[in-house]
Design a protein around this ligand. Structure first.
Ligand SMILES: [Zn+2]
Length: 122
């Protein structure tokens, strides 16, 4: 049986045993919007940045044509700790340049004789 985790939206397979959500990251592209943080569940900051870039590029596909974006990523729990403690803790931000590429896909579908013959039937 397959289901989706209501929190992180990961596919959960019953044979995988107990599901644990990956860490929550806060991701933003400051050049595009420096007020909104996207919440992304991912196993690492790099994957959170990639997921953000994928969503960002979903409509325009500008990144397929070589555009890159710079995104900043915080581990949510580190971000909260950092914001609450002003005693000199260094900013735990990670910064990534994100790019994309289109991968060509080829398909083959066999033409069978009955298709060529059209609708002629006996
Ligand atoms: Zn989950």
């Amino acid at each position: 049986m397959i289901d989706r985790c209501p929190k992180c939206k990961a596919w959960i397979y019953s044979y995988d045993g107990k599901h644990e959500c990956p860490p929550l990251w806060l991701v933003q592209c400051p050049e595009y919007d420096d007020e909104t943080w996207e919440e992304v569940y991912a196993v690492a900051a790099e994957y959170a940045a990639e997921k953000y870039a994928e969503d960002y590029d979903a409509d325009s596909h500008d990144m397929m044509c070589g555009e890159t974006i710079v995104v900043v990523v915080y581990l949510e729990e580190e971000y909260i700790a950092w914001r609450m403690d002003n005693t000199g803790i260094t900013d735990p931000v990670k910064t990534f340049t994100c790019s994309g590429e289109a991968v060509p896909t080829y398909t083959a579908e066999e033409i069978v004789e009955s298709d060529k013959a059209g609708d002629t039937d006996d």
